[in-house]
Design a protein around this ligand. Structure first.
Ligand SMILES: Nc1ncnc2c1ncn2[C@@H]1O[C@H](COP(=O)(O)OP(=O)(O)OP(=O)(O)O)[C@@H](O)[C@H]1O
Ligand SMILES: O=C(O)C1=C[C@@H](O)[C@@H](O)[C@H](O)C1
Ligand SMILES: [Mg+2]
Length: 202
């Protein structure tokens, strides 16, 4: 079993919102690994960060993601920083990974109402967001098989775009069809000319 789509992106990009709506449209289950971590540990993410530290959070997160990639067949939405763990990046190979793109300004705006994001807590949120962006955007881009700009699309439009791309994209694990390049018409070499004249006999 493999997820139909794995959503990645910065905090506020819409992984939870789009994940729920995409799952509903595709009529499949949605699994948010942040919620799965809280359910498994019986603790909030903020508490795990504060008490045990980020490395321990990333360890649990990788475990939960590896299991979900093997067992979940619906839509999977990952925590914003999951891709910083090399083991998570390895585990994502061959999956349909959707990168929800967002600008810093819109990301800061969308995350302003919540205090539940430890890495954006406290003053200087815009600066912290830009820092996360510069570290992570190259990783999201490298992993993505589908990219969607969510800045000027409402959630419904984001979901419609992803569904249309899922219909045309190659199944996870297969190389997408490459555009057919015109066959180059190189001038014949002396050897081919000779072969033509002799009908291929030497
Ligand atoms: N395409 C969109 N257009 C406008 N607002 C959006 C869009 N997608 C999500 N939002 C809003 O942005 C906020 C953050 O969205 P959401 O919680 O889904 O992000 P997230 O990627 O799951 O964040 P986190 O990484 O912190 O879990 C919510 O208030 C949501 O309604
Ligand atoms: O951006 C991050 O590193 C995080 C994002 C959230 O989804 C949670 O996974 C956690 O707060 C860490
Ligand atoms: Mg979320």
């Amino acid at each position: 079993m493999t997820p139909r789509a794995v959503l990645v992106g910065l905090p506020g990009a819409g992984k939870s919102t789009i994940g729920r709506r995409l799952a509903k449209t595709l009529d499949v289950e949605m699994l948010d690994t942040d919620a799965a971590i809280e359910a498994r540990t019986g603790r909030s993410i903020a508490d795990i960060f504060a008490t045990d530290g980020e490395p321990e959070f990333r360890r649990i997160e990788e475990e939960v993601i590896r299991e979900a990639l093997a067992e979940h067949s619906g839509v999977l939405s990952l925590g914003g920083g999951a891709v910083t763990t090399p083991g998570v990046r390895d585990a994502l190979a061959g999956h349909t990974v959707v990168f929800l793109e967002i600008t810093a300004a819109e990301g800061v705006r969308r995350t302003s109402g919540s205090t539940a994001r430890p890495l954006l807590a406290g003053p200087g949120r815009a600066e912290k967001f830009r820092e996360l962006m510069s570290q992570r955007v190259p990783l999201y881009r490298r992993l993505a098989t589908i990219r969607v700009n969510t800045n000027r699309r409402n959630p419904g439009a984001v979901v419609r775009y992803i569904v249309s791309r899922l219909e045309t994209a190659a199944p996870a694990g297969e190389t997408p069809p490459q555009p057919v390049a015109p066959t180059p018409t190189a001038p014949p070499t002396p050897a081919t000319l000779a072969a033509r004249q002799t009908g291929g006999r030497k």
